[in-house]
Design a protein around this ligand. Structure first.
Ligand code: PEP
Length: 254
């Protein structure tokens, strides 16, 4: 069994005091970090301080997005080089909110993944279908395209550095969760797709997180599925108690 990876996507939430307080709490209480990988993804403006707070802990710090160029006239953007410079090790690429609100395409996701890897960052690549796509039985087609276009031109060695997050768009921030069976089915499809494009070893070792209204009530069942290797957690990661309860649920499965 792979080590589970529980990541908290804080989105555009928290004040400076709240964000630093949450990081300090995780630093003090991340007891299961030997058996579970833990990561937090605060807003850009908090990253430097949070990297400092968590420097001697085992909690990874990453950004929620990045731009694909190293530097230059890209007003409002932040590069992978800058993220490395402040101490980040990870970055989320292609979150559904980036795709739907900011029109990020599979091709942009592909360029950002390549840029992130070139700066030594480990990406969490998000994929997932919308409600109408699931209703029209297009989940495999949509997720399959996100994978083949998003991973185009990457080598097996590069793909090994990725985590994939399966996040059905209809389950994000809605309180609706995929059933453990629905999630496991798509995770199996994702692993098979990676196997068909890269080496079997790459497919077997890559971690596939589930994301979409994960909380302490559903974490045990979801994380207990054979193809689920962790969770990308939004709302429930903003409160240390609920986030650490999910980490503990993952720890019990190790
Ligand atoms: C997310 O934003 O990646 C997410 C899964 O959010 P939530 O847990 O709030 O549904």
């Amino acid at each position: 069994m792979k080590k589970q990876f529980i990541a908290g996507n804080w989105k555009m939430n928290l004040t400076m005091d709240e964000a630093l307080g949450l990081a300090r709490k995780l630093c003090d209480e991340s007891i299961n970090s030997d058996v579970v990988d833990i990561g937090v993804f605060p807003a850009f403006v908090f990253l430097r301080d949070i990297c400092e707070i968590l420097r001697d802990s085992k909690v990874y710090v990453g950004a929620q997005n990045m731009y694909l160029e190293e530097s230059g006239a890209f007003t409002g953007e932040v590069s992978g080089a800058m993220l490395r410079d402040v101490g980040c090790t990870h970055v989320i690429i292609g979150h559904s909110e980036r795709r739907t609100i900011f029109q990020e395409t599979n091709s942009m996701v592909n360029s950002k993944l390549k840029a992130a890897l070139s700066f030594g960052l480990k990406p969490i690549m998000c994929v997932g279908e919308k409600q109408e796509e699931r209703d029209a039985d297009q989940t495999s087609e949509v997720v399959g395209n996100q994978l083949s276009e998003g991973l185009a031109g990457l080598t097996s060695e590069q793909v090994k550095k990725l985590t994939i997050a399966y996040e059905p768009v209809w389950a994000i921030g809605t309180g609706k969760t995929a059933t453990p069976e629905q999630a496991n089915e798509v995770h199996t499809f994702i692993r098979d797709t990676i196997k068909s494009k890269f080496e079997n070893d790459t497919a077997q070792n890559i971690r596939i997180q589930y994301g979409g209204s994960v909380n302490i009530k559903n974490a045990d069942e979801l994380l207990g599925q054979p193809e689920i290797d962790g969770a990308l957690v939004g709302g429930a990661s903003l409160e240390p108690g609920s986030f650490l309860d999910i980490v503990s649920a993952a720890g019990r499965l190790s």
